[in-house]
Design a protein around this ligand. Structure first.
Ligand SMILES: CC(C)(COP(=O)(O)OP(=O)(O)OC[C@H]1O[C@@H](n2cnc3c(N)ncnc32)[C@H](O)[C@@H]1OP(=O)(O)O)[C@@H](O)C(=O)NCCC(=O)NCCS
Length: 183
């Protein structure tokens, strides 16, 4: 995301359903350690649903370094203690008409409104930055995510097979391909 676009969106203060205050801000190149700790906290049950890339320490530092690239937007939800409670992103290839979306909320913060809050903010950014259409894939079995994406206006366009490339211990399973027009 270009600097001039980034400057249009200040960090926002939000409250989870529990009343816990948090901040939503852009991921920064200096967030490598925090992101690595977050990746390490993702349990196997969530890894099944979220592994766009290996959730390794090296990948965390690479993602943090690339956070401000012009072809992506990455938001983090951060507690007042500085812990990452979740993150959401979309990215696209130069000239592409569609972006790809992903998100993961830390296990102990799930079901508390974190995902909805973070995604709402990300969609506010997407109304101004990036392609007009956002796409995602989600396993049919991932009911919380499917419900959230429907609520946010994503539409199922087809069902396909998730092969879990790089994670052969997960059995292939059906997934939805969904899209939303963001502006
Ligand atoms: C899926 C995920 C992003 C949802 O975030 P969350 O913070 O747990 O969800 P929220 O508390 O904001 O709830 C938002 C909506 O999701 C749905 N939802 C959340 N938890 C649910 C559950 N246990 N069962 C059914 N629907 C649920 C509801 O529609 C809810 O809206 P409501 O509060 O109006 O009922 C989060 O659980 C997560 O990161 N899971 C592991 C990784 C993952 O699956 N990532 C997505 C890969 S496609």
């Amino acid at each position: 995301m270009r600097k001039k676009d980034r400057e249009k969106f200040s960090p926002v203060r939000v409250r989870l359903k529990t009343g816990q205050p948090c901040k939503i801000r852009f991921l920064q190149p200096s967030d490598g350690t925090k992101l690595a700790e977050f990746y390490q906290s993702v349990p196997e049950e969530d890894l099944r649903f979220y592994h766009p890339y290996p959730l390794t320490r090296d990948q965390a530092f690479q993602n943090a370094r690339e956070a401000l690239s012009p072809d992506r937007v990455v938001l983090v939800l951060e507690t007042d203690c500085g812990q990452l409670a979740g993150y959401a992103w979309y990215r696209w290839r130069k000239w592409a008409k569609k972006s790809t979306f992903g998100m993961c909320i830390r296990r102990e913060f799930q079901g508390k409104g974190a995902g909805k809050t973070l995604m709402s903010r990300l969609l506010e950014v997407a109304r101004k930055v990036g392609p007009r259409v956002m796409s995602l894939t989600v396993q049919v079995a991932n009911h919380p995510a499917v419900n959230l994406y429907r609520q946010m206006g994503f539409v199922i366009l087809r069902q396909q097979r998730q092969e879990h490339r790089g994670y052969p211990h997960f059995a292939p399973e059906p997934e939805y391909y969904m899209e939303k027009r963001v502006r």
